[in-house]
Design a protein around this ligand. Structure first.
Ligand SMILES: Cc1ncc(COP(=O)(O)O)c(C=O)c1O
Length: 446
């Protein structure tokens, strides 16, 4: 691949001297409220490789949290951004509109599940998309309440924090939170199965448990929306049992409740379908997207049924930077790259390439409680040997050792015991295999 050699190379300790210098400047200049997973500073990134300021080349199994899905600095995206930035950078779509915004909306309306008439609106971040999806649902239903799920992550703004399940580090000390947010149990096959084997495989039963909580604690007559990630991201790549999401959607339809799918992490081919909802055969009312939409340029969207999307009064939705033309150019190039390069199929291949070695590892190591995910979104849940007790310490050690060996991985999960893998879909097989081999070896050593 042109741009940057697609091989791992360590020329210093991780972090190296130049990164350590920058870490000192960071500590003096940047709010300590911002944490970093891996304290190396990037100089360049291309395809599946990140090169740091010391000249180390790291294997990217994170994609900046599922953002650079079409590869770091994907050539067609770079070209589209260069061309757009030379034309104009901003006029504010609400002041003087431009075609690029409309074209992205058309593309989103075309590629999201659901065949009826749709509309889209563009924002900057996933959290902003989530906040606006709730605004739209309230405006349409004229009802106040929202249900989110255990293990959910929806962002860091006030309402998104309220919708997020995990206290530390996302919510602790930041309240009071937005009112009228309620929580229901999600389908979590691995942990549900420890209590009730049927619940682990029977999604309808898991949905009945959630609906029971919703009906008894909220009531459909005050419920505007149910918001759910089709596969929980930060929560630990939890793929719900078959039937869970369709049953929930069915209940929403019967009760005039808007079903919002938060596909911020799962969208744009990541899971081996353009959107993860397609695996479940469901058509949500509203879909939130961000992350993988524009290969790293800040852009997000809410897309959904025209009737719901048009319920807000004119001027009710928007924002200064929402649908920035440079980000829109990147999004159009990203979507066309996914389609023309067969990246949905590539994500399915990656699922096999990642899952098979991890399952082999699990067969000989009972600290891997579960291997799960879809497409290029796969995680291992680490537990204390012979139990299902989460092992956050082992997870942290494995992640730190992987970073030191030049493999970028992320941790996640309510109990901090999950290693998640989100490689760019354009990563070469050899590079991916090398990263997985290193991970397996390091786990064995720990
Ligand atoms: C499912 C989901 N929703 C919302 C968000 C928030 O997105 P952002 O960080 O762009 O605000 C994230 C980010 O990780 C996410 O994974």
């Amino acid at each position: 691949m042109a741009g940057l050699e697609q091989t791992r190379q360590l020329v210093t300790e991780i972090p190296g001297p130049a990164s350590l210098e920058l870490t000192k400047r960071r500590a003096a200049a940047v709010s300590h409220g911002v944490n970093v997973s891996l304290p190396v500073f990037v100089a360049r990134a291309f395809g599946g490789i990140i090169e740091d300021v010391d000249g180390n080349r790291l294997i990217d199994l994170a994609s900046g949290i599922a953002v650079t899905t079409v590869g770091n600095s994907s050539p067609r995206v770079v070209e589209a951004v260069r061309a757009q930035v030379a034309e104009f950078t901003h006029t504010c779509f609400m002041v003087v509109p431009y075609e690029q915004y409309v074209a992205v909306a058309e593309e989103l309306n075309r590629i999201t599940p659901g065949s009826g008439e749709k509309r889209s609106v563009l924002f900057n971040s996933g959290a902003e998309a989530v906040e606006n999806a709730v605004k739209i649902a309230r405006s349409y239903t004229r009802k106040p309440a929202v249900v989110a799920f255990n293990h959910a992550y929806h962002g860091r703004t006030n309402l998104a924090m309220a919708l997020t399940a995990k206290s530390k580090p996302y919510k602790s000390g930041f309240g009071p939170f937005a009112p009228e947010v309620y929580r229901a149990p999600v389908s979590y096959p691995y942990r549900d199965g420890l209590l009730d084997k049927e619940l682990a495989t029977d999604g309808e039963k898991a949905a009945a448990r959630a609906i029971d909580v919703i009906e008894s604690q909220v009531g459909a007559d005050s419920l505007a929306a149910v918001i759910i990630e089709p596969i929980a991201g930060e929560g630990g790549f939890i793929v719900p049992a078959d039937g869970f999401l369709p049953t929930l959607l069915d209940w929403c339809r019967k009760n005039d409740v808007v079903f919002i799918a938060d596909e911020v992490q799962t969208g744009f081919a990541r899971t081996g379908a353009m959107f993860a909802c397609e695996h479940e055969g469901i058509e949500p009312d509203l879909i939130c997207t961000a992350k993988g939409i524009a290969d790293g340029l800040p852009l997000s969207a809410v897309t959904g049924r025209a009737q719901i999307m048009d319920a807000s009064h004119a001027g009710g939705l928007g924002g200064t930077f929402g649908g920035n033309p440079v980000a829109c150019a990147a999004a159009l190039a990203t979507i066309s790259t996914i389609e023309s390069d067969g990246l949905i199929e590539r994500a399915r291949q990656l699922e096999r390439l990642i899952t098979e070695p991890l399952l082999r590892l699990q067969a000989g190591d009972d600290r891997i409680g579960d291997v799960r995910g879809r497409g290029a979104m796969v995680a291992i849940e680490l537990v204390k040997s012979g139990t299902a007790e989460p092992d956050a310490e082992l997870t942290q050690k494995l992640s730190t050792a992987a970073h030191a060996a030049g493999v970028v991985v992320l941790t996640c999960g309510m109990f901090g015991n999950i290693i998640r893998l989100l490689p760019p879909l354009t990563i070469g097989d050899e590079l991916l295999n090398e990263g997985l081999d290193i991970l397996g070896r390091l786990l064995g050593d720990l």
